[in-house]
Write a protein that binds this ligand. Structure first.
Ligand code: TYM
Length: 334
């Protein structure tokens, strides 16, 4: 609880440009969360360092991510949007929690296994302990709810396990967080290989819609989307391509899957793909416009970053001090 409100916490890695998957699986849900929560959103730049970054590009990407959060509709005067690396308590708590996390637990993480296979030349310790830093992010703010896409569910489970383990020894230190996974859009798939998740780092540019793609590009990518045999527009396990497009259309328009099937009953794939492309482009247009304005307003963005960094550091510091005290670390003399 913060000021009597439940706490909602989430964030994204500051790598590359956000995808439609990031938007529909997470960002859009954040914007639509009811007012009853006190919300904090991190630009997760420390997590991004598990892959090599080009410093100047990385700095730009982090800023761009901040602006995208705001452009999507998160008001930085009401939501605490801050940089993870600006609050040193994240790295500190991460170390403390790593002493309460088992190697076996981390070895079971599917994201670690996937990323280790993909980046076999750089399986660094940070990639392995990534979930511990994520647990620290969440637990520092005594978060109640964490809205994420399906792929982060396992990381939420380990966060809960670590928190429960710690609480069992030291008393009620951490709030046990719950994952919030939206009904539609929680797992948007690649437009070219619909059995794989849509991802920022796909080598085939046609597989991913980026939030800053222009209308023509969006429509072209949807027109080229891989679909299944047959011609019926229906949501079925053996039709992963069409099911993915239905999911996208459904989460953009807010219509249920059955409504989408009904709307396109008897219509061809071509017509449906075009409609999905147009709906996505229309959804992203105001966000892109606002994004451009924000990126040009350096003073405003700098001001809200500073204000929110301080706010986040204040809340995080409280939890960190409590944890240090429980563990028996000697208090600083002031
Ligand atoms: P990241 O940056 O990989 O993804 C950010 C959010 O987007 C969701 N997402 C998707 N949802 C649906 N379909 C997709 N294809 C898709 N791709 C990504 C992710 O589930 C996520 O919600 N570890 C986190 C960042 C993080 C974090 C945290 C999140 C660090 N600390 C604390 C919550 C709380 C991550 O890698 O997200």
């Amino acid at each position: 609880m913060l000021d009597g409100k439940k706490i909602l916490y989430s964030g994204m890695q500051a790598t590359g440009t956000l995808t439609l998957g990031n938007y529909l699986g997470a960002l859009k849900n954040w914007v639509n969360m009811p007012d009853e929560y006190e919300c904090l959103y991190g630009v997760m730049d420390l997590h991004s360092l598990t892959l090599r970054q080009v410093p100047a590009e990385f700095r730009k990407n982090a800023r761009s991510l901040y602006a995208l959060y705001v452009a999507a509709g998160l008001d930085p005067e009401k939501n605490c949007i801050y940089y993870q690396s600006h609050v040193s308590a994240h790295a500190e708590l991460s170390w403390l929690l790593s002493c309460f996390t088992y190697m076996g637990e981390l070895q079971r993480m599917t994201q670690f296994k996937d990323k280790a296979a993909k980046h076999a030349d750089n399986i660094n310790a940070g990639l392995f302990t990534y979930p511990v830093l994520m647990a620290a992010d969440i637990l520092l703010y005594q978060s109640d709810v964490v809205p994420v896409g399906v792929d982060q569910k396992q990381h939420l489970e380990i966060t809960r396990d670590i928190a429960q383990r710690f609480n069992a020894i030291y008393g009620d230190v951490f709030t046990i967080p719950e994952a919030y996974i939206g009904k539609a859009g929680a797992k948007i798939m690649s437009l070219q290989e619909p059995e794989r998740k849509m991802s920022k780092s796909d080598e085939n540019a046609n597989a991913t819609i980026y939030l800053l793609d222009d209308k023509d590009t969006i429509i072209r990518k949807f027109k080229r989307a891989v679909t299944d045999s047959g011609s019926e527009i229906c949501y079925r396990e053996d039709k992963p391509g069409i099911s993915n497009l239905i999911d996208i259309y459904s989460s953009v328009t807010g219509c249920g899957r059955e409504d989408v099937e009904r709307e396109f009953d008897g219509k061809g794939y071509g017509e449906f793909k075009l409609a999905v492309g147009e709906a996505v482009a229309a959804e992203l247009e105001p966000l892109q416009k606002r994004y451009k304005e924000l990126m040009a307003d350096k003073e405003y963005i700098d001001r809200v970053i500073k204000m929110n960094d301080e706010k986040a550091a204040y809340y995080a510091g409280k939890t960190l001090r409590k944890v240090q005290k429980k563990l028996g670390l000697t208090e600083r003399i002031r």
